[in-house]
Design a binder for this molecule. Structure first.
Ligand code: AMP
Ligand code: MG
Length: 415
């Protein structure tokens, strides 16, 4: 493996190719419906009975025969009442109506429901004020889905309406793909814990926390390992520990420094490196490797490098390991709001704000000081993508941005 940089696309292709190996081999587990949210369905869901299971009234009103009310207003004889959860034996005859509640089964003989607002009830007489169409306010038996029909397919992430469908289908427990366990290993002699006050030359470890969050919102189970110093003993021990998980993310120690010892330890432990550099900014020294069926990433230590490399290269793997399409990237197009100069010659991913403008999205780079600057980047909700060959982007141009996962909740952007 040489040190030549791959394009972002070839690096992703290489990873996606490895992801192919997981197809048909993913572990599944059964979880209670309430535990299934954000998990990925591993079985097809079909209905055990017609939906609705009976001709259902969609209104509070009166079930009737439409031919009786063609010349409304007209009075009908009210012969009873049917509530949700009941079934009436009475069949409706000509000139009759039955008081009916939303969700109740429509009695035999009736072919429409007039809503209560269009009636006037006087003891056992009901005045119907307007004519009604046949079928009005009735959902026929099986009109939504038939018994045996598939209503959700495997590979579907279980969100809110999926929960309603699963409950309707009687799935108290569902088969889902197992969540991959992702070990997070920060490396660096300069790193101290969040609680500590850094002394001269030290900084707080922030990558473990941003990675933890990224793993969680990619559906993985994050596991933070003790920080390793820049020495072979620490690195050997912690990398070995990390290889017990499905995925190991090592942050730092993968650039060209004298104490960047992660790759030598990978080699020692038989971890196979597939690439060790990508032509991108930030995130150039990203390493992708495998060991047996484990996935290993060496992410460059700078906080934004780690963050961007995760979005482009790790997230696809976590998606594949859960039965989701790995290649999908949340990329949108919008109008660039400022001139951008980018001289790196690499694909750049620059923190930007994506917001909804007049009939289009607007993409505004934020004031960001480079790969270490989380304080500038925290003002962004996406990454402006500057293609490798572009050196200047002009305000007003249509450009692409990669959205962050949580964006759907940012109320300033309506997609
Ligand atoms: P490295 O990739 O180890 O050369 O690190 C590059 C830069 O990222 C250095 O300035 C490190 O101090 C910084 N860095 C490395 N790991 C972390 C971390 N876990 N949290 C915050 N900054 C880090
Ligand atoms: Mg380091």
């Amino acid at each position: 493996m040489g040190s030549a940089s791959l394009t972002v696309q070839s690096a992703r292709d290489m990873i996606l190719q490895h992801c192919q190996r997981t197809i048909g081999k993913l572990a599944v587990e059964s979880v209670a419906l309430l535990e299934s949210f954000q998990r990925v369905l591993a079985e097809p869901i079909s209905l055990d009975y017609d939906q609705p299971p009976f001709a259902r009234s969609m209104r509070d009103g009166f079930a009737l025969r439409t031919e009786d009310v063609q010349s409304a207003p007209v009075a009908l004889h009210c012969v009873g009442e049917v509530r949700a959860g009941e079934m009436t034996e009475t069949a409706l005859r000509s000139g009759e109506a039955m008081h009916i509640m939303t969700g109740a089964p429509v009695p035999e003989g009736a072919n429409a429901v007039v809503m209560v607002e269009n009636t006037d009830r006087r003891s056992d007489r009901v005045q119907v004020l307007k004519p009604v169409r046949a079928g009005e306010n009735i959902a026929p038996k099986g009109s939504e889905r038939r018994a045996g029909e598939t209503v959700l397919r495997p590979g579907r992430r279980i969100s809110t309406l999926e929960a309603a469908v699963l409950a309707s289908a009687g799935k108290a427990a569902v088969l889902v793909y197992r969540r991959p366990v992702v070990a997070i290993l920060a490396t660096g002699d300069e790193l101290v814990a969040v609680e500590a006050v850094p002394r001269a030359g030290q900084i707080r470890n922030s990558n473990s926390f941003s990675l933890y969050r990224q793993v969680l919102n990619s559906g993985g189970i994050p596991l933070i390992l003790d920080t390793a110093g820049d020495n072979l003993t620490d690195l050997r021990r912690q990398i070995q520990r990390g290889l017990e998980s499905d995925v190991l993310l090592v942050s730092g120690g993968v650039s060209m420094g004298k104490y960047d010892l992660v790759e030598p330890v990978f080699e020692e432990l038989g971890v196979r490196v597939h690439f060790e550099s990508v032509s991108m900014r930030p995130g150039k020294p990203t390493v992708f490797a495998t060991w047996k069926d484990r996935w290993v990433f060496g992410l460059p230590g700078n906080p934004l490098s780690t963050f961007v490399a995760f979005e482009l290269f790790v997230r696809p793997v976590l998606r594949a390991l859960q039965g989701l399409p790995a290649a999908d990237l949340p990329v949108v197009r919008g109008l660039l709001q400022a001139d951008v100069v980018e001289r790196s010659g690499r694909s750049a991913f620059l923190p930007a704000r994506v917001s909804s403008g007049a009939g289009t999205l607007e993409i505004s780079p934020v004031n960001w000081k480079g790969s270490a600057d989380v304080f500038g980047a925290v003002e962004s909700n996406g990454l402006l993508i500057v293609p490798a060959q572009a050196t200047h982007l002009t305000r007003g141009e249509t450009v692409e941005a990669l959205l962050f996962e949580d964006l759907a909740y940012a109320n300033e952007v309506r997609l």
